[in-house]
Design a protein. Structure first.
Length: 213
């Protein structure tokens, strides 16, 4: 993750569900750093994907037609977040998804505030992603793939799901090359926070209700 000090808006605190929900509802998310107190970010330039701007390239379209993958939602949250933590990434050493983060987001999932999308090949989990729904918006957290394009196709499945429930954008926090190719853009912090407030006021039901704080 490439950040500036001005992107950090708080230091310390805890990862209890009520703390996490209060943070996400204000556009803030945790990003632990080695040897540092818990850091909370709200980037000055926020990456978002407007669903009307979604661009599916030729290669991804072809992969989508031929994949034969099965996609599910919330069938294997624990497996997805742990795969995101364990999968090697060329651009980083180690993982920010610490054991404390795993336990915190497991609890968020149990309470119905964190969700996963899974891609399966003959019963084997080959890709997926997870994120947080703070009450009618979606904040993407991390993705993984074992099979090429599996996580990208899982994302497309998620976007179709969210669109059918009335959501027209997602928060992707920090820009990545793949999300940029899909049509994501960076917007100023103030613009993002205003959009988040407007969206949360709609109280959309994006996933099957479980329980809430």
């Amino acid at each position: 993750m490439s950040t500036e000090l001005d992107d950090i808006v708080a230091v310390g605190g805890n990862l209890r569900p009520e703390t996490l929900l209060a943070a996400y509802r204000r556009g803030v998310f945790p990003w632990p750093g080695d040897g540092l107190p818990l850091l909370w970010y709200c980037p000055r330039q926020r990456a978002v994907l407007e669903l009307t701007d979604l661009h599916i390239g030729r290669n991804l379209s072809r992969a989508r037609r031929k994949s034969g993958l099965e996609f599910t939602i919330d069938r294997a949250f624990g497996s997805v977040i742990r795969a995101c933590a364990e999968i090697p990434r060329a651009d980083q050493e180690g993982t920010w998804i610490t054991q404390d983060m795993l336990e915190a987001y497991d609890e968020m999932h149990h309470l119905g505030h964190a969700h996963s999308v899974e891609a399966w090949r003959e019963g084997e989990l080959v890709g997926g992603l997870y994120g947080v729904d703070p009450g009618g918006a979606f904040c993407g957290e991390s993705m993984f793939h074992i099979e090429p394009d599996a996580s990208h196709l899982a994302l497309l499945h998620l976007l179709e799901h969210l669109s059918a429930r009335g959501l027209d954008w997602i928060d992707i926090q920090v820009m990545t090359p793949h999300m940029e190719r899909l049509g994501a853009q960076e917007v100023p912090r103030e613009q993002f926070l205003s959009r988040l407030d407007e969206t949360l006021e709609k109280r959309l039901t994006l996933f099957e209700p479980r329980c809430a704080l």
